[in-house]
Design a protein around this ligand. Structure first.
Ligand code: KIV
Ligand code: ZN
Length: 529
């Protein structure tokens, strides 16, 4: 407990994936887990194995591939019941360092209305279930869900039962993001002081905060100041409702303010930006431009007064270097006449290790872009690489899209799609606008019942020739519900993202990607679409 090392427990693949629209497929989870290992997180919470056979397989695959002896601990979540715990072990056992994380709610509102248990039953269940988990695995973490709104005296008793049964980490969730930093820090201090066994057995106290009041990072930092030595967080702060504590923010706060906190993490910070981009692309959850550390504007200095100050002394307006978090510089790098060699060198400088086929494909995309756009910046290159590399498996591929529209025409679209077996299908449809017409034409071919619930477009870079970045979210109709470990069954939302200088093409790509996700999920769950 006296150590100055803070463990970073990443739950992007579990709590992060519980964000509406963030559904990930096995290969995407695996890619993210590999990147989290490069980022050097200490623990990866890889999923909730009891949710479905597909979820269990994904956690097992991550345990086998990423859970190497020198790699991170691989953890799975389990409700405090024997079935969930057995399924969790089935998945994480393949890791060199497996962990079972089990939880049960402790606030009166949860205990009375959700669990319908007495306090005595809660204490007994926690003791029994941690002991059961301990029979499978030595490394057990326990969380009292909604600890932030629980009676502290009761909390100490529940936590003491978990510790007595062998929990090595007790994680304190502010499940609904209700507490303030002063309260949460005080709660952690009190838990360490009053929970029997915590100090004697050197149990790690962990914090797990949500952002409903925008206080997740502040609360986590207050918890760490009070003695917590593990922080549970997600990349880009994604998660249920307003999200979780953001990994990049808490890590960089500890780094930049080391003289204040006197603590260290093991994170390889230059990997932050790439991880953020990968998670954003795979989940379809776009990072807001003004987001700390990873937002597009986080290191941009546009106002004249700031630029003047920056030229005189960099630290006037910048508390850390962009390179420290791996942010790409948005400078002019290459143009229409740049050759393959220069392009490849730029990829290496940006930190990409691609094989020959990937470089060829990236170069083809770059040439296509530089024909349309004079200034190709690092940010553009990251955008085309993101679109190339972080893709779901393609059941349908957009070959062509053509639209007729204008103030005197009924918007009409023709699309040509290629199915995974190579067959090409075309269709034409009219719509209320060009995007609607394109979506109707695509749906005529794909026929995956869905409802479009969100459509957003933004520019990757500034200017008339900017690359457009479109995100859509669709909700499948008539499919099986997915189990959320905390809130129960719910309808899944699928995201898709497309990038192109033509926003109609970007829109079509985004829609096809969302439908591919919907179809793949149905396949993983063995449903008909
Ligand atoms: O927010 C929460 O309470 C959780 C627990 C399952 C740890 O995510
Ligand atoms: Zn949570």
């Amino acid at each position: 407990m006296s150590s100055d090392r803070v463990f970073i427990f990443d739950t992007t693949l579990r709590d992060g994936e519980q964000s509406p629209g963030a559904t990930l497929h096995t290969h995407e989870k695996l890619d993210i887990a590999k990147q989290l290992a490069r980022l050097k997180v200490d623990v990866i919470e890889a999923g909730f194995p009891a949710a479905s056979p597909g979820d269990l397989d994904a956690v097992a695959e991550i345990a086998r591939t990423v859970g190497k002896p020198e790699g991170p601990i691989i953890c799975g979540l389990a409700r405090a019941n024997p079935q969930d715990i057995a399924k969790c072990w089935e998945a994480v056992q393949h890791a060199a360092r497996p962990r079972i994380h089990t939880f049960l709610a402790t606030s009166d509102i949860h205990v009375q209305h959700k669990l319908r248990m007495t306090r005595a039953e809660v204490i007994a269940t926690v003791g029994d279930m941690v002991a059961l988990a301990k029979q499978y695995c030595d490394d057990i973490e326990f969380s009292p869900e909604d600890a932030g709104r629980s009676d502290p005296e009761f909390l100490y008793q529940v936590l003491a039962a978990a510790v007595a049964s062998g929990a090595r980490t007790i994680n304190i969730p502010d499940t609904v993001g209700y507490t303030t930093p002063e309260e949460f820090g005080g709660l952690i201090r009190d838990i360490i002081a009053h929970t029997s066994g915590v100090r004697e057995r050197d149990v790690v106290v962990s914090v797990h905060t949500h952002d409903d009041l925008g206080l997740a990072v502040a609360n986590a930092l207050a918890g760490v100041r009070a003695g917590a030595r593990q922080v549970e967080c997600t990349i880009n702060g994604i998660g249920e409702r307003a999200g979780n504590c953001s990994l990049e923010e808490v890590v960089m706060a500890l780094y930049v303010r080391k003289p204040f906190y006197g603590l260290v993490t093991g994170i390889d910070s230059p990997e932050i930006h790439r991880t953020s981009d990968m998670v954003s692309r795979y989940t379809g959850l776009v990072v807001q431009p003004n987001k700390a550390i990873v937002g597009a504007n986080a290191f941009a200095h546009e106002a004249g007064i700031h630029q003047d100050g920056m030229l005189k002394h960099k630290r006037t307006y910048e508390i850390m270097d962009a390179e420290l978090v791996g942010a790409p510089e948005s400078k002019l790098v290459l143009g229409k006449h740049s050759g393959r060699h220069a392009f490849r060198n730029r990829l290496v400088d940006l930190g990409y290790e691609l094989d020959e086929a990937q470089v060829n494909e990236a170069f083809r995309r770059f040439k296509e872009l530089s024909d349309k756009k004079k200034r190709v910046t690092d940010a553009d290159i990251e955008a085309i690489l993101g679109e190339q590399l972080y893709q779901p498996i393609e059941v349908w591929h957009l070959e062509q899209v053509q639209v007729i529209c204008g103030n005197k025409n009924i918007p009409t679209a023709t699309v040509l799609l290629r199915r995974e077996d190579g067959e090409e299908l075309a269709s034409t449809a009219m719509g209320t606008g060009p995007v609607d017409a394109v979506y109707q034409a695509i749906q005529k071919i794909v026929q995956a019942p869905n409802q479009l619930i969100e459509y957003t477009v933004q520019g990757v870079t500034a200017g008339i020739d900017a690359v457009g970045d479109v995100t859509v979210r669709v909700q499948g109709e008539g499919e099986l519900l997915r189990v959320n470990p905390q809130t129960g069954p719910h309808r899944t939302i699928y995201s898709g993202r497309g990038v192109d200088t033509d926003i109609i093409v970007a829109s079509a790509k985004a829609y096809v990607q969302a439908l591919n996700r919907l179809i793949l999920t149905a396949r993983e769950r063995k449903e008909a679409v």
